[in-house]
Design a protein around this ligand. Sequence first.
Ligand code: SAM
Ligand code: SF4
Ligand code: SF4
Length: 360
Amino acid sequence: MSLKSVVEKYKNFISLPNHTFKRLTNKVVVQVSRTVASETAYGIPSHLMMEISSACQLRCPLCPIGNDTFARTSELMAFDIYKKVVDEIGDYVYRINLNGMGEPTLNHQILDMIKYAKDKGIYVDLYTNFQLEKMSMIEGLIDAGLDSILIAMDGASKENYEEYRVGGKFEAIVSNVKHLVAARKKLGGKLPEINIQFIPLNHNKDDLDKMSDLVRSLGADNLFVKRPFLFRGTGDVEKDHEFIQTDESEDDGYNLYKVDENGASWQLKTKNVCDYLWTSTVVLADGSVSPCCFDYDGTVIFGNVAEDKFQDIWNNNSYKKFRQRNKKDWKSIPLCSQDFEGGCPHMYVQASDWLVKLGS
Ligand SMILES: C[S@@+](CC[C@H](N)C(=O)[O-])C[C@H]1O[C@@H](n2cnc3c(N)ncnc32)[C@H](O)[C@@H]1O
Ligand code: SF4
Ligand code: SF4
């Protein structure tokens, strides 16, 4: 990690609005535990992902939900499950992200869920396709106190946007972003921070400059460029590879894969361990606890918060064994090595952040 990124990382952490003694001391314990990569994870994960919906109305071709290779059922998390986790560990958690797989805005209790976490002083954010059924949800998200929203807009034109966000409408996302910007202004606050995410794929990569203009004209706060990954593929390797840039002469730094006759592989150094196993966790829509949001099918489940306390699951034998195995030989774990073409992106040292922030 470069000095610049260390300074940036701590600057971001220090500027968090919700420090308390409990959160801060817990965070120190978590970081020490992560540094020594202990089998027992001391402290409570400071970052919690709550998959409030594993359903989605879109069909993005590389996403397991979009290409129908998703093996779990599509469901919405019950409020009781959400509340149970927030009640148990919310005092220690800095941030809740309302994602796993799926589209969080489909959960009709999303506004209550945001409010509940905000009342406990937790920073709440979400990633969304922002194809909303009801415009009234926009004011609701602001009223509920959402801190930040990352809106997936992979194209500056109808044609390019709709090629990846299959089933989504370009007009709808543009109008929803405009409405959100206007409503935030009308309500007089600064939150949520409105971030637009653009994933440069082969068909839309030339839209990057236009995206900056579009984001500026819509009045959103930032444009993030996210490096694409292939998830585990659709089964049609050639079709999958068509989405990612393979011509090195055109390399703009946003594609970190190399594709040759052996398939796609990352052109990056590997990490020793996966830090998520100490710093973060995912509660899937049915309450199952999984190590990360890359466990699409829920193949590595350590327990269920509907039955057990989160803290009993966090350091049970299966979680501990998984940490040890990841540390010893992560490539032997199917989830970390085979569920992604080229291996899990999180096990590679990225050139810089996954999300490159461009001024809007
Ligand atoms: C599975 S989605 C769930 C959230 C929401 N449905 C969405 O699409 O924004 C999690 C994140 O992965 C992003 N994503 C989708 N396809 C991707 C790809 N091929 N490479 C990298 N990220 C991708 C989404 O935009 C989102 O930020
Ligand atoms: S909108 Fe999100 S969850 Fe839905 S198919 Fe696309 S990437 Fe997957
Ligand atoms: S799949 Fe990736 S993020 Fe998940 S536990 Fe394995 S290395 Fe970590």
